[in-house]
Write a protein that binds this ligand. Structure first.
Ligand code: KG4
Ligand code: ZN
Length: 376
């Protein structure tokens, strides 16, 4: 079954064509980074407008790359939430209209379920291509960690109903900022550019992770919940009113003059050693917390497989630490490639395929949800 996936929950307009939930024929992502860059964060109204302009183009491009006509699509999958409501509605209404006009089945997909499927999809593709990688199969603990989410799920196969669907049990989630949001806010504070995660990742390797001791993040209640607001504020207090703040302002002016076209080497040359140390220590504290809680969740659930996805899954230290923990504890840990870690529509098409296969169909009442819990 050839499925067209649509994703527009935040600031990427994406369309993809995926065959049988395991072969990407096309995956097109139109990023809005340039639109939101000067605001240092996603502006919802601008995001919806840009989705409107791009949605038709990305669908056409995906079909062209897949060498398919619209009438050769056999099913459609759209993100129905969680996300920015105006953004979600663009992909959702477009998908509904296409499904109606083509008389093809449509399903709604939870964005977080999509992120989890990104790992499984890519693992299947790698194995089919002959790569010697173990199979990523539930039961597993999944960490979805992005600019909007930091959540842990226990993922299990729903064998009882004979379908290829999974069940998702929420184990923990952030009580305040998502990890990616903390990366982005710290990058904004230090004038490192937007979005901040990848810049911090590149610069952190030049700093000392032990220079600033942020302490362990303590959680009352559920130990598998997360909280990153405290560490973000701790960075703010270390910067405010100090030489680091003056340095950040100088960097901001320099970046503005360069119109944002700055390389990592340029940026590094404009960062003092204490700034690089702060960046490295911040990243280390966030990554340590993410890895420790995820490994604790796997031990608590008694599973040996960990799936990590979402934009922050691109982080090189996070990947290294997870691989180290996996080796020490004999766990299997799986990540998607960077392209499939961040928002894309291939993951939505892959998750939607199994729903379509199980006979699920959305009717005309399908609508967008800003808040849309997965499982539970
Ligand atoms: O999954 P995604 O594209 O969108 C959301 O659903 O939020 O994730 C974007 C987030 C941003 O916060 C970005 O700073 C973060 O992922 N990110 C990273 C890295 N690359 C992207 N965070 C840490 N290290 C990275 N290398
Ligand atoms: Zn996402």
């Amino acid at each position: 079954m050839v499925v067209l996936g649509l994703e527009s929950s935040c600031d990427e307009t994406a369309a993809a064509v995926v065959e049988n939930g395991e072969r990407i024929l096309a995956s097109v992502v139109a990023s809005q980074v340039l639109t939101h860059e000067r605001f240092g964060g996603v502006v919802p109204e601008l995001a919806s407008r840009e989705h409107l302009q791009k949605i038709g183009l990305v669908v056409d491009e995906a079909l062209a790359q897949a060498h398919l006509r619209l009438d050769q699509i056999e099913g459609l999958a759209v993100t129905e939430g969680p996300g920015l409501i105006g953004s979600l509605l663009v992909g959702l209404v477009y998908g509904k209209a296409l499904a109606l006009s083509l008389a093809k089945p449509l399903v709604g997909v939870n964005h977080l379920e999509g992120h989890i499927h990104a790992v499984l999809l890519e693992n299947k593709m790698a194995r089919q291509a002959g790569a010697a990688v173990p199979e990523a199969t539930p039961p597993a603990v999944a960490l979805v960690v992005s600019g909007g989410h930091t959540s842990l799920f226990l993922v299990k196969a729903r064998t009882a109903d004979g379908s290829h669907l999974f069940s998702y049990q929420p184990l923990g989630q952030t009580r305040d900022d998502a990890a990616g949001e903390a990366f982005d806010k710290v990058a904004k504070l230090l004038a490192l550019g937007y979005p901040g995660g990848s810049v911090i990742d590149s610069l952190a390797r030049f700093g000392n992770v032990q220079a600033v001791d942020f302490g362990r993040i303590k959680m009352k209640g559920n130990p598998l919940d997360f909280s990153f607001a405290g560490i973000k504020t701790a960075v703010l207090y270390r910067v405010r009113g100090t030489e680091l703040a003056a340095e950040a302002e100088a960097r901001r002016a320099w970046c503005k003059a360069a119109r944002g076209r700055v390389s990592t080497d340029d940026l590094r040359a404009h960062c003092s050693e204490p700034t690089l140390d702060l960046i490295a220590s911040f990243q280390n504290a966030v990554v340590t917390d993410l890895v420790e809680r995820t490994v604790a969740a796997a031990e608590h659930a008694g599973v040996l497989t960990i799936l990590v996805s979402g934009g922050v899954a691109c982080n090189s230290l996070l990947r290294a630490r997870f691989h180290q923990a996996a080796e020490e504890r004999h766990l299997g840990v799986f990540f998607p490639s960077p392209e499939l870690s961040t928002d894309n529509a291939a993951m939505i098409a892959a998750a939607g395929y199994y729903k379509l296969l199980a006979g699920q169909r959305a009717d005309t009442s399908l609508t967008a949800h800003a808040t849309f819990p997965l499982g539970g």
